[in-house]
Design a protein around this ligand. Structure first.
Ligand code: LMG
Ligand code: NDP
Ligand code: PMR
Length: 422
């Protein structure tokens, strides 16, 4: 590992741009752009931006075992809300209850599904939303017990959340989750695709239940199927602001410094994705290249950001749903880096805190994602949100690849074949 790190060090400082050699971090000036100026001028969290041209620069059973009873939960929920509905939940409760005195209209609790809420950003977001008392959070998690414990430890009140089993690395599990959710009778007002895996030190690819490379399979394909299957539930919601949010990242955007740390995201002509990412008769990588775990993660984030935009183009006008992506800041302390070498896990947080100043705590990042879920001023669709150093949100610009309309269409079409929707 140490050897690997040592061998890799120089590459970080020789990211070629317009034929110029490497630049030292020491002078706080990277690629000719002053880090401190940039921080002042724009965003400590969105990092340095280049010109846009990169060339220039477990199933249902388990829930019963764990004591989850969708029927019971559904009944309780319906009782609490005075609603009697068919178990298939073809209809939803009106978003506005008129029961309040003096004819005052009160908004009912929003109902939100968030994946990967057992740690990090997902848990912090669940907590931030649950604490408002305005949301019931459905935590879609692969480890039911871990999620329950995490919610409890975070102090989320019992009546504000439900854990439901969801393993995004299995399309059967995704389908099962969606069935369970529909049976619960809850409305779906917001869906947040947050879960992810990052396998930077893997030498060989590993695979999902259906045989897709694990990072793109989980982060992109699992969420792609989930969002497609839950779109109808969102459409049926009568909540005033319906949203589908997919967590993106700066490292997938090659118009930033962070996105230029090798290996860089690049979907190429997507021949690997077309071949099913199985590492047998096709490459495990989207672009058809050699397996690289860090690149696969960054590629998966590009797929996430492209998917958000394709959803926007296909469904925003018709449904009124707001589709958004975001970069919540560098949350250097989360479980995302669990597979990285210990030296990295030690140095990464201080590096982000004191050198790039892109560091953000889990709590702060959770508040940011909670804003994208519920803030009345963040209703715009097709947007990639970021935050500046004062933690104010702004519409950020995606890299050329992550905003390529043709690539978005192609990712969509190839993905729907792989997950069995076309
Ligand atoms: C790829 O390599 C791998 O191929 C791939 O498998 C995957 O792991 C991928 O994106 C992940 O990385 C790239 C990567 C791997 O290498 C690098 O990015 C190199 C980073 C190396 C940085 C070296 C640091 C040297 C120091 C410079 C700073 C100078 C500062 C001066 C001081 C100033 C003062 C005010 O890399 C690794 O796997 C391991 C390397 C881990 C390093 C991570 C962060 C670096 C931190 C540097 C220093 C920190 C100090 C902190 C303290 C601060 C406080 C004041
Ligand atoms: P964590 O590892 O803390 O959280 C990831 C979550 O995803 C965990 O709850 C994990 O479950 C879950 N998960 C992983 N695989 C599956 C699966 N197969 N099925 C269901 N859930 C799964 O990382 P973060 O909180 O940092 O990451 C959250 C999101 O934020 C990701 O989309 C990431 O790409 C993004 N992001 C993170 C940044 C950062 O700096 N940390 C920066 C930019 C974006 P379990 O607890 O069981 O492991
Ligand atoms: Mg990065 C200048 C700002 C900046 C920001 C905001 C990030 C975010 N990173 C920055 C710069 C740098 N990083 C620089 C100059 C280096 C070379 C020293 C560097 C290195 C680095 C590594 C090795 N960074 C990393 C890694 C990872 O393994 C992380 C990764 O790429 O995961 C895919 C990562 C990250 N840097 C970030 C963010 C947000 C990550 C986490 C990953 C993500 O979710 O996108």
């Amino acid at each position: 590992m140490a050897l690997q790190a040592a061998a890799l060090l120089p590459s970080a400082f020789s990211i070629p741009r317009e034929g110029k050699p490497s630049v030292s971090l020491k002078d706080s000036s990277l690629f000719g752009i002053s880090l401190s100026d940039h921080v002042k001028a724009e965003s400590s969290n969105s990092a340095l931006r280049f010109k846009d041209d990169p060339s220039k620069i477990h199933g249902f059973d388990e829930q019963f075992k764990m004591g989850f009873d969708p029927q019971k939960e559904s009944n309780q929920w319906q009782l609490a809300h005075g609603a009697i509905r068919a178990q298939t939940a073809a209809t939803t409760t009106p978003a506005v209850n008129q029961a309040a005195p003096e004819g005052k209209k009160t908004l009912r609790k929003g109902s939100l599904v968030i994946t990967g809420a057992s740690s990090g950003l997902g848990l912090a977001t669940a907590k931030a939303l649950a604490e408002t008392g305005k949301w019931h959070v459905i935590m879609g998690c692969r480890d039911f017990l871990k999620a329950k414990r995490a919610a409890k430890a975070a102090g989320i009140a019992k009546e504000n959340y439900t854990v439901m089993h969801l393993d995004l690395a299995s399309l059967d599990s995704v389908r099962q989750f969606v069935d369970n959710f529909k049976r619960s009778g809850r409305p779906l007002d917001v869906l947040v695709c947050n879960a992810a895996v990052y396998l930077p030190t893997a030498k060989e690819p590993t695979f999902t239940a259906e045989g897709f490379e694990l990072s793109v399979g989980t982060n992109h394909l699992g969420h792609f199927l989930l969002s497609r299957l839950m779109l109808d539930d969102l459409k049926q919601s009568d909540y005033p602001s319906k949203r589908l949010i997919i967590v993106g990242s700066i490292t997938g955007n090659t118009n930033t410094l962070a996105g230029n740390v090798p290996p860089k995201a690049n979907l190429g002509d997507m021949r690997g994705l077309a071949g099913g990412l199985n590492g047998l008769n096709s490459s495990a990588m989207v672009d058809g290249g050699e397996f690289d775990g860090a690149k696969a993660y960054k590629d998966s984030k590009v797929c996430n950001m492209l998917t958000m935009q394709e959803f926007h183009r296909r469904y925003h006008e018709e449904t009124g749903i707001a589709f958004a992506s975001l970069y919540p800041g560098c949350i250097a302390t989360t479980g995302l880096f669990r597979e990285h070498i210990p030296l990295f896990r030690l140095l990464f947080p201080p590096f982000q805190k004191y050198i790039t100043k892109g560091f953000v705590s889990e709590e702060e990042a959770g508040k940011r994602l909670a804003q994208v879920v519920s803030d009345p001023s963040l209703t715009k669709s097709g947007v990639y949100w970021s935050w500046n150093k004062d933690s104010a949100s702004f519409e950020n610009k995606l890299s050329e690849e992550a905003s390529d309309v043709e690539k978005a269409r192609k990712v969509w079409e190839l993905s729907e074949k792989l997950v069995g929707l076309a």
